[in-house]
Design a protein around this ligand. Structure first.
Ligand code: FAD
Ligand code: AMP
Length: 476
């Protein structure tokens, strides 16, 4: 194997591996170095997302949602299945199988695109050099005209609740529980905490979610957040807001958790505690001396809007740089950089990165929230369509939530779309496309949507922006 490449990518997660594939498609010689090892010790490409994040969490959310619906909805359909039970081992086996297939698929994609896979640690040295240490300890120096850093992120540890025992775990640990914890504590009511809390609640755990902030889902449109909180409470999640965890002590097989809220110090005891208070950029042993790559005060690699670091020929993408920590954001950055390196056009539109929570109902949004539009002092109009009025949602026994569109008052451009309801994560794609093309609400109003589909909710919400909804009363 040559030691010299056009491009070396360090990190094979959803930011790094697409960068490598696109570089290969662009006829550049490329290697991708990744050090991930799974719990069984096996090396695997795919990073957090495929091994311990997006994919395994969605597998468990799907299994547990089906189980939950069997209990809660089958009767309404007339389906009698009184003995539905969950085999947690089989659920976990299915999840592991999906992860394995997907991560091995990356090797096939690499082969097709001519990417050299290198499993082990990569360290950027000065002068376009990379030190590669294979998992067996052998070390080589590689060179490349361009180097893309895609080292990702790691869970933030709470000093008072360190990951030192099997009782206190991070999100990966919470995806691997072999049985249903009777009492589960979750610190942090962010996307990851709520998804994992939902998984185990649906299987019967008594789940308490402790969130330091006083507002629920402060990053989301507050009309949507309010609706979401209602549904999470209905599911049985005990969400305590303004609850800042100050200590967690393992006592036997349980954990005593102390938190403070408006009333003072409080205590709960749980069997397992998931710390889901966010993630930090991961750059451990990534940068050798004199590389010229700088980190900001929070540890993110400093980059410009096209993901260039301060060092010539060195780029950084994904969770290790500013912006939302989302797989699709990292993917677009990786692809953009590989195209820019090849002299092609490349761009990421950070205004249209969608956010999705794969809970039930699903939650998805893109663009500005109503609160953000107001704060900008922009005149706007908004339309809401409740899924209660959707024939398809009714047929699915999923007539909960709504679609909301916010558009500028002057030129009608869509500023934000917020959906809580069935398949919100799929429906948001239409809104992203519309915003990518700077569509107006009238553009959506004049677009034919098949009947009866869930997508009609977006059509009707667009009509409601101008008080012209047909299938619901224009109340907003
Ligand atoms: P990572 O996926 O973290 O990949 C980085 C890779 O680089 C890793 O394999 C790491 O081992 C390797 N690496 C690091 N340093 C080195 C080095 N020096 N040498 C060699 N290799 C190195 N996002 C979504 O968009 N949708 C979701 O549904 C979603 N669900 C999630 C659920 C959970 C439970 C979690 C934890 C995260 C979820 N995310 C989701 C976030 C998503 O996983 C991340 O945004 C995404 O993985 C970031 O991709 P990345 O390539 O930047 O980093
Ligand atoms: P996210 O960053 O979206 O993953 O969400 C993490 C959540 O954890 C945020 O809403 C934080 O407010 C919350 N959080 C951080 N520290 C604590 C703490 N000590 N106790 C409770 N919640 C916390």
């Amino acid at each position: 194997m040559s030691d010299s490449f056009d491009v070396i990518v360090i990190g094979g997660g959803p930011a790094g591996y697409p960068a490598a594939i696109r570089a290969g498609q662009n006829k550049l010689t490329v290697a991708c170095i990744d050090e991930w090892k799974n719990l069984d010790g096996a090396a695997a490409f795919g990073g957090t997302c495929l091994n311990a994040g997006c994919i395994p969490s969605k597998a468990l959310l799907e299994s547990t949602e089906l189980y939950h619906r069997a209990h809660e909805e089958f009767a309404a359909h007339g389906i009698k299945a009184p003995d539905v039970t969950m085999d947690v081992a089989q659920m976990q086996k299915r999840k592991a199988g999906i992860v394995k297939t997907m991560t091995q698929g990356i090797l096939a994609l690499f082969k097709a695109a001519g990417v050299t896979p290198l499993q082990g640690h990569g360290k950027l040295l000065s002068g376009h050099r990379v030190e590669y240490t294979a998992h067996d300890g052998t070390r080589r120096e590689l060179t490349a005209k361009n180097i893309i850093l895609a080292s990702g992120s790691a869970p933030i540890e709470l000093r008072s609740a360190a990951f030192k025992s099997p009782q206190i775990v991070d999100s990966w640990g919470a995806l691997e529980f072999p049985s249903v914890p009777k009492r589960l504590g979750v610190i942090g009511a962010g996307v990851i905490g709520l998804e994992l809390g939902s998984v185990w609640r649906r299987l019967g755990s008594e789940v308490t979610v402790l969130e330091a902030l006083p507002d629920f889902l402060a990053i989301a449109d507050q009309q949507l957040a309010k609706e979401a909180l209602r549904h999470f409470k209905k599911l049985g999640l005990d969400i305590r807001l303004g609850a800042k965890v100050t200590a967690a002590n393992v006592a036997g097989d349980a954990v005593d958790v102390t938190y403070t809220d408006a009333k003072g110090e409080q205590k709960i005891t749980v069997d397992r505690l998931v710390v889901a208070i966010g993630r930090r950029p991961y750059t451990k042993d990534l940068l050798g001396p004199g590389t010229g790559v700088e980190l900001d005060e929070r540890g993110f690699i400093k980059v410009d809007h096209e993901c260039r670091t301060g060092a010539e020929g060195v780029w950084a993408v994904g969770d290790c740089v500013r912006g939302p920590m989302l797989a699709h954001k990292g993917k677009e950055e990786g692809v953009m950089v590989a195209d820019l390196i090849a002299g092609h056009y490349g761009e990421v539109n950070y205004k249209t990165v969608p956010s999705v929570m794969y809970t039930a109902p699903e939650i998805a949004w893109v663009g500005l929230t109503e609160e953000q539009v107001k704060a900008q002092g922009k005149a706007y109009k908004a339309g809401v369509f409740p899924f209660m009025a959707s024939g398809r949602a009714r047929a699915m026994e999923q007539a909960q939530g709504f679609a909301k569109i916010i558009a500028a008052k002057d030129d009608d451009e869509i500023l934000g779309v917020h959906i809580i309801g069935p398949m919100a994560g799929e429906l948001i794609a239409e809104a992203v496309l519309a915003m990518e093309y700077s569509a107006s609400s009238e553009d959506l109003q004049r677009t034919i949507h098949a009947h009866p589909t869930l997508s009609e909710a977006l059509h009707e919400a667009a009509l409601a922006v101008d008080k012209r909804a047909i299938d619901s009363i224009n109340r907003y």
